[in-house]
Each structure stands twice: as structure tokens, then as C-alpha cells.
Ligand binder design. Structure first.
Ligand code: ATP
Length: 246
């Protein structure tokens, strides 16, 4: 059997008296799209931070490509493309400078693909990052995360700030292509319709606990074809995320 891309086992994390993750276990295989869904404060970002090695496991273990991301950050992070909710890009740079600056860090950077994405995302190379809208900044962040063709793409709420057309036409297509190329995507989202369109596997998290984790097709089948939003509400109750705004 091939080694999982991400293997999380019995991961618990507290912040003061608050349990953000309670004995979370999860295994992600190569070449699939994993959607992580949960209400505000459910623990999605905390889980992602452990996968990136930004937080150490209080108890339990986290392995990415078989490595400990806290002990071996360079080996792990050089194989991960990451887009955060905050998306803090250097505001003083122009788009073309950001691309040149970022490519220096990654031997696998693909100039042709970066240019293709820049055009698809309609990003002006001469525009200063700080003058971009939230959605344009999200596109620039996504371009940087994708252009070195990482083995694992981790997106924390990639849709926030993106308009519905970009979400459907670009984000959806990009995520599918990555998985079809045998790479792995983990993305967190509040937008259950979007998760339903693009994910192969869905993990629902509520108050730091995984309440459901299975292939999307199996989840749908075992819930009589109900929508993911209906299934989420049945699992998590009042803590359901807001309906998509578009
Ligand atoms: P959202 O959808 O709102 O981004 P989330 O599912 O990503 O939420 P987390 O950011 O992982 O949730 O937070 C989980 C819980 O841990 C929340 O109660 C949050 O307040 C708490 N928490 C997260 N980071 C910290 C921190 N650095 N210090 C204290 N509490 C924290």
C-alpha cells in the first residue's frame, strides 16, 4: 500500500481552557481532493497549521510525506503549496516582482504555467499588490501556490473574497486538474455547494472533533442523496455554516 500523503493520529490541541482539536485522526491519499468543512471555530485552521508544522502536536502525531513537519520544515514545505485565509503578500511589490521573487525559492517553478495562470486570473503584471482587491489578492496568492506544481496543495478558505465565477470556473478547474495529475488537494471551506462540486472525500469537523469523514459518493449514498448542506446540518445541528452568498 502506498504511504498516505498526510497521516494525522490522535491529534489534540488546547488553547488555554479551549480544546481546539480533540483526538483527530485522518489519512489523505495521493491524487484526491479532500474538503474540510466546519463552522467558524470548528478547528479547521488549527488542523491545517499542524499539517504545515506551524504548531507542534500537543499529543498525537502528524506526518506529511512520512515526515514530521515541525522537525523537518524545509523538506515538507518545499513540497506543499499553501494559500491562507489571511493571504499576506508583500503589498509594496508589483505582480511581476512577486512572481520573480517567488520563483527564486522553488526549483520546480513553471514559468509557462505561472503566465497561463496570470492571464486566466486577469492580473496586471504592473499592478502593486497593495492596490489589488481582496479577490485579486486571492488570485495572486493562488498563482504563487500553484506555479511550482506542489505535490500537496493546502487551501484554507480559498473562496473567501473570490467572486462566484472565479470560484466555479477557475478554482474548481484548478483543483480538479491538480488531482487528475496525481497530486493531492486539501481545502477548507464554508461553501458546502462548492465542496460538493469538487471534493472526492469530505471531512466534517465540529468543536474540534471529526464527526464524519468518508468519500463524498458514500456519504451521499448513505444519506439518501441529500445535499451536503443538509447532511452537515443533520450532523452538526445549529452550528451549520452560512449558506453560500451566491
Ligand atoms: P474559521 O472558519 O472561523 O476560520 P476554524 O474552523 O478555522 O474557524 P480555528 O481557527 O482552528 O477554527 O479555531 C478553533 C478554536 O481554537 C476556536 O475556538 C479558536 O478561537 C481557538 N483558537 C485558535 N487559535 C488560537 C490561538 N492562537 N489562541 C487561542 N485560541 C485559539
Amino acid at each position: 500500500m502506498t504511504e498516505p500523503v498526510i497521516h494525522v493520529s490522535g491529534l489534540t490541541r488546547r488553547f488555554g481552557g479551549k480544546t481546539a482539536l480533540a483526538s483527530v485522526s485522518l489519512s489523505l491519499s495521493r491524487g484526491a481532493v479532500y474538503g474540510l468543512v466546519g463552522a467558524n471555530g470548528a478547528g479547521k485552521t488549527t488542523l491545517i497549521k499542524h499539517i504545515l508544522g506551524l504548531l507542534h502536536a500537543e499529543s498525537g502525531s502528524v506526518r506529511v510525506f512520512g515526515l514530521d513537519p515541525v522537525a523537518d520544515p524545509v523538506a515538507v514545505l518545499s513540497r506543499i503549496g499553501y494559500l491562507s485565509e489571511e493571504n499576506d503578500l508583500p503589498g509594496w511589490m508589483r505582480v511581476d516582482e512577486l512572481i520573480r521573487y517567488s520563483r527564486a525559492f522553488y526549483p520546480g517553478w513553471d514559468d509557462g504555467y505561472a503566465e497561463e495562470l496570470r492571464r486566466a486570473f486577469a492580473l496586471d503584471p504592473a499592478a502593486k499588490i497593495k492596490t489589488l482587491s481582496k479577490g485579486q489578492k486571492a488570485r495572486a496568492g493562488l498563482l504563487i501556490a500553484l506555479a511550482y506544481r506542489p505535490e500537496l496543495l493546502v487551501l484554507d478558505e480559498p473562496s473567501s473574497g473570490l467572486d462566484p465565477i472565479v470560484r466555479r470556473d477557475i478554482l474548481g478547474a484548478v483543483i480538479r486538474t491538480i488531482a487528475d495529475e496525481g497530486r493531492t488537494v486539501l481545502f477548507s471551506s464554508h461553501l458546502l455547494e462548492e465542496v460538493e462540486q469538487v471534493a472526492d472525500h469530505v471531512t466534517m469537523i465540529s468543536e474540534g472533533r471529526i464527526v464524519l469523514s468518508a468519500p463524498l459518493a458514500a456519504i451521499k449514498q448513505s444519506h439518501g442523496g441529500a445535499s451536503l448542506a443538509e447532511i452537515f446540518i443533520a450532523q452538526v445541528g445549529a452550528a451549520a455554516p452560512p449558506a453560500p452568498e451566491a
